[in-house]
Design a protein around this ligand. Structure first.
Ligand code: PEP
Ligand code: CO
Length: 458
């Protein structure tokens, strides 16, 4: 299919004129211009051809032939760009993907919420502590987490730092996924330290042994062991800060089409999806696969109009709707949305974000989520899709590869009183590694029921 010719990407100036929600108030226009000029000159972080590969995989998700696993921090931080941190996140995603693939025999598309996830929309412009009010923290892309006046001033030089941190992260991820660390024959080595001795770690070991046997069998019948050596892994983040995403939007020399080369997949958040706003306008011009978060206030007409703006050719794999309704509302809000969007003939992948509709604050002031609510939303998502005969295409989760205490519940039964032990998120609470693996086993069961194949229990 020849896509409709893409009109030129609007200038940053004309985008700003449309009005963009959730933008920092940069105090120094010259410093901003200098940062943008720098970003316009740097090499791409990803290649357009890789974005197209991912789009092909997401087309399989939309057709019901693959499942998307998208996950990572709510907010990456510059400080968090260390080898251990990146490896731990990648490792938990690989473990989850193995569980999902093995249990349901469905290809799993692996998409990190990383190498660019540095900017955050906020529900309030300001934050008040002990009578002092300062601008809210908007992610390391914009200002500092420390609660001081100096640190909270938006600094555009941070956008350049986002680029470098994303490059460093992506470089390491690429090394891991092609250099042998992600080799399927390594399934046991990913199951290290504190996880191995947990009940879910032992369950994972059993899956690992089954996979060993399957690989030995494959080799015995002549499969090339190098087939198991590398995995496909892509990067994603919310396209929030116009200056950054615009500066990294480039014309692909092969196709003459514009791509946002800051990540393979970018999404529009629930708070910036205004149909006539700057985010929708910018993303309508790029050729990457893109997502839109849809919260409980989304009407079917909103979703259909977004699809018409963002994917006028109805290109498969181009558009993913990431619903985040909340456990209590998904069974009420999702059916009509999916039904009408499907009836309108819209080609889209449906993915469940069971995190952002389930956040609450404890009496002691920690932002948290209940593991059971997360699972209940995913279960509601699967049930609604089963009822409608549509495909539950994936999950989008905030997680970390570390042993943090940010979400309550799960097999380790973390309590509100435990949250202070290791609460490290710069923004929303993440599932820790054990909780993430538990989620993978539970989703795998749901996925197995959603697929016609009859595979024994993992
Ligand atoms: C997020 O993904 O961190 C986020 C802010 O989500 P949403 O746009 O769905 O609120
Ligand atoms: Co979040």
């Amino acid at each position: 299919m020849t896509p409709t010719p893409v009109p030129p990407v609007p200038t940053l100036h004309s985008l700003r004129a449309l009005g963009a929600a959730q933008q920092p108030r940069w105090p120094d226009p010259d410093a901003l211009e200098a940062a943008v000029a720098k970003l316009r000159s740097v090499p791409p972080l990803v290649f357009a051809g890789e974005c197209d590969d991912l789009k092909g995989k997401l087309a399989a998700v939309a057709r019901g032939e693959a499942f998307l696993l998208q996950g990572g921090d709510c907010a990456e931080t510059f400080e968090g760009v260390t080898a251990d941190n990146v490896r731990n996140k990648l490792r938990v995603l690989l473990q989850m993907a193995v569980v999902l693939t093995y249990a349901a025999s469905v290809p799993v598309v692996k998409l990190g919420r990383l190498a660019g996830q540095y900017a955050k929309p906020r529900s309030s412009e300001d934050e008040t502590r002990d009578g002092v009010t300062l601008p809210a923290y908007r992610g390391d892309a914009v200002n500092g987490f420390d609660f001081t006046a100096a640190s909270r001033i938006p600094d555009p030089q941070r956008l350049v730092e986002v680029y470098h941190c994303s490059a460093a992260t992506l470089n390491l991820v690429r090394a891991f996924v092609t250099g042998g660390y992600a080799d399927l024959r390594q399934v046991h080595t990913w199951n290290t330290d504190f996880v191995r001795d947990s009940p879910v770690g032992r369950r994972y070991e059993k899956v690992g042994k089954e996979i060993d046997r399957a690989l030995t069998f494959m080799q015995a019948i002549g499969a090339d062991p190098d087939e198991f050596h590398r995995v496909d892994f892509h990067s994603s983040h919310e396209a929030l800060i116009l200056e950054y995403e615009h500066a990294l939007t480039r014309i692909d020399s092969r196709t003459q089409q514009p791509y946002d080369v800051s990540g393979h997949f970018v999404w529009i958040g629930e708070r910036t999806r205004q149909l006539d706003g700057a985010h929708v306008e910018l993303l309508s011009h790029i050729r990457n696969p893109i997502g839109v978060k849809l919260g409980p206030s989304t009407s079917p007409d909103d979703a259909i109009a977004l699809a018409a703006r963002l994917n006028p050719d109805n290109e498969p794999g181009r558009l993913t709707f990431i619903t985040r309704m909340g456990a209590g509302r998904i069974r009420d809000r999702l059916p009509e949305l999916v039904e009408k969007v499907t009836a309108a003939g819209v080609s889209v992948g449906w993915v469940c974000d069971p995190m952002h509709g389930n956040t609450f604050e404890t009496a002691s002031g920690y932002k948290t989520r209940r593991f059971d609510d997360v699972i209940a939303e995913v279960q509601g998502f699967f049930d609604v899709h089963r009822m409608l005969g549509t495909w539950p295409g994936g999950v989008h989760v905030e997680l970390t590869g570390d042993d943090v205490t940010e979400c309550v519940g799960g097999g380790e039964a973390l309590l509100e009183g435990d949250l202070g032990n290791r609460y490290e998120s710069a923004c929303d609470p993440r599932l820790n590694r054990v909780q993430s693996l538990e989620l993978a086993f539970l989703v795998a069961e749901m996925l197995r029921e959603a697929t016609p194949t009859n595979i024994p229990d993992a």
